[in-house]
Structures are given as C-alpha cells and as structure tokens.
Design a protein around this ligand. Structure first.
Ligand code: UFG
Length: 324
C-alpha cells in the first residue's frame, strides 16, 4: 500500500516508517524537519515541507494518492504548550485541518492519527477511552480538538473518510538494532533526561513534584515501548483497510511506574548513581495516567512484546550512548 506519513522523520514516526518499510509498503514522508531528522527515515522517500503550506500539501496528496495517511507531525511538549498555546493550536489543530482538507480534496479516506493520553487530564486510572475528555494543558486541548474534528468529519463523510485515533501514553525506548531513537534537541522526557544525566550531559535530574497523591509522592505514567506502539499503527492500518469503522484506542500497557521507580531502574540499567534533586511540580502534569487497554487488544488484536521497563530503558540507553 501507499502510505503518506507526516512527521515521519520524528521519533515515533520514524519507528512506524521502519515497520511499514519492513512490510513492503511504499512510504512517502512529509516532514518540515523542525524536530525530525532525515537520517531517521529508514524506508521510502522524504519530502521536507510544512503542513501549513496548503498548496504544497494538496499537490503532493493528489500526486501520491496514498491508500492511507498517518499523521505524526505535531508539537508535543506539555509545558511549552502552556507558555505558547497559539503555537500548539496552529501546529496541531490548524495543520490537521489542512491535512484533512487535502485528503478530502484528493478523496483519500483513511487516516491514523497520533493522539495522546493528555486529552484525559486528571482522570482516575486505568482510564478507558470512554472517559470524559478534560485536558489540563493546551497540548492536550489541541489534540482533543483534532479528535472532535475527526469524529465530525467521519460522521459527515462515512463512505469516504475513516480514522483510527491512537491515544499514546508515555512512549519510550529505541530500535533494538540501535538505528533510531529519541533525538530531540532539548529533551524533556523523564527517561531521556535520566539517561542524559547518567551520561554526564546534564548535571542532575530534577524530580518535578514529590507531593502528589501517589504511594511515593511522584507522578505515575504508563511507559510503552516505541516498537509496540509502531506495531499498533501497522495493525490499525490493516483494520482500516479491512473496512473497520472509525475508532479511538488507548496505547499503553495498563500499568504504570512512578518517577522514583523509573529513576531507580535507570540507575540499575546504566550502573551509574547519577545525581537527583527533588523540586517543585511542573505545570500541567496530572498525578497519574495509566491506560485501560482492553479495547486496543480486542479491536486490533494488539499483543505487546516489550512490556518491560528494564528493556525500555536498556534500548534507550544503548541508543543514547551512540548519540554525540
Ligand atoms: N519528570 C521529572 N523530571 C524530568 C522529566 C520528567 O520529574 O526531568 C516527570 C514529569 O513531571 C512527569 C513524568 O516525569 O511526572 C513523565 O514526564 P515526561 O515529560 O516524560 O512525560 P509526560 O507524562 O509529561 O508527557 C508524555 C508525552 C505527552 C503525553 C503524556 C501522556 O510527552 O505527549 O506523556 O501521558 F501526553
């Protein structure tokens, strides 16, 4: 199949491109390289362009005529979204509208959308897809707005337009062969920052908040290995191609780890007792976010292969040591 992948040079997108390439799909990556890297695109072709450029987007869509679109391109840093909400509504909400419009114009009707657990806000975990959407930061709101737009578009054009929205929990880890992994210029994610501290690139790791209503006072998250997430995309593609209805699915393992537990595991995997400091809360962080994952298991037949914090951190560490 021909698959158009926005943001395919980014961390998650590049892992999905790899999985699509391994299955013999014809991939065209569309990425503005604002946070992605051309070297991360291991299969297919890449075009450096922006989703804000409607004319280019529309032209490429009509020329390539994909069987399906996968949409990863987005701004994703929660606290940045609190400071710069307009950037998030433009890059996430408005650019997704451009993409949907280009798809409808070209009569391309299958979309796999990168959503996020941030749409739930402060929810009781494990959180099912049916939980009310109540994001507590502009990042989550921008993605929630996209989900509403997708729902309405699918309802209006059901014969043409169907989508799977995948709500990612905390994605981490790297390619087992060490070819691709997280390579953000200013990483904010816990595991990456812990490993950069172990490596000596950061002086110390700050724990953002130790007074949360959790057993050890630090936030709990559901960490999912990027290759299990990539596999969910491949299954979602098969599902839509097989005539599946539009749907929304959580992507997580169904259990979580606290910040302290992740740090302890990172110290064990690296063998380095790096410096940690306890600090105040970071704005926009919910205390606990763990997926209810029964729906993705039953709808897609998704079976995770790497539900193992040690493996997640080890692959991330092997990758991190390769980075300059
Ligand atoms: N944390 C620290 N120190 C750090 C970095 C993070 O204590 O240096 C804490 C955070 O406060 C949070 C936890 O570690 O409690 C995880 O933080 P991350 O930044 O790794 O991830 P988030 O949970 O903030 O966000 C991620 C994705 C979002 C997604 C969300 C859903 O980046 O896109 O998971 O769970 F919405």
């Amino acid at each position: 199949m021909k698959i158009f992948v926005t943001g395919g040079a980014g961390y998650i997108g590049s892992h999905v491109v790899k999985a699509l390439g391994e299955r013999g799909h014809d991939v065209l990556v569309y990425d503005d390289l604002s946070t992605g890297n051309e070297w991360a695109v291991l299969h297919g072709r890449m075009m450096a362009a922006s989703l804000a450029d409607k004319a280019t987007l529309s032209g490429v869509m009509k020329e390539f005529m994909p069987d399906a679109v996968m949409h990863f391109a987005a701004s994703i840093v929660v606290h940045e979204s609190v400071a710069y909400p307009v950037k998030y509504y433009l890059n996430n909400t408005a650019c997704t509208l451009n993409l949907i419009e280009a798809m409808l114009d070209a009569r391309v009707g299958r979309l796999i959308f990168s959503s996020t657990a941030a749409v739930y806000g402060i929810a009781s975990s494990p959180v099912p897809e049916s939980a009310p959407l109540a994001p507590i930061n502009p990042y989550g709101t921008s993605k929630m707005m996209n989900e509403i737009i997708l729902r309405d578009t699918s309802a209006a054009y059901d014969n043409l337009f169907r989508y799977v929205s995948l709500r990612y929990f905390n994605v981490a880890g790297a390619d087992e062969k060490g070819r691709i992994g997280q390579a953000y210029r200013n990483p904010t994610h816990l595991i990456t920052r812990a490993l950069k501290t172990a490596k000596g690139e950061l002086d110390r790791l700050d724990i953002y908040g130790t007074d949360y209503p959790t057993p050890d006072g630090t936030c709990i998250r559901d960490y999912i290995h990027v290759e299990d997430l990539a596999h969910a995309h491949v299954l979602a593609l098969d599902y839509l191609s097989g005539g599946g209805e539009s749907t929304v699915l959580n992507c997580g393992y169904g259990h979580g780890f606290s910040v302290r537990r992740v740090i302890a595991e990172a110290k064990k995997v690296t063998g380095i007792d790096f410096k940690v400091a306890e600090c105040g809360r970071r704005e926009g962080d919910p205390p606990e976010l763990v997926a209810a994952n029964e729906k993705i298991i039953s709808v897609l037949g998704w079976v995770p292969s790497h539900d193992d914090l040690e493996y997640i951190i080890r692959t991330a560490w092997e990758w991190e040591r390769k980075l300059r």
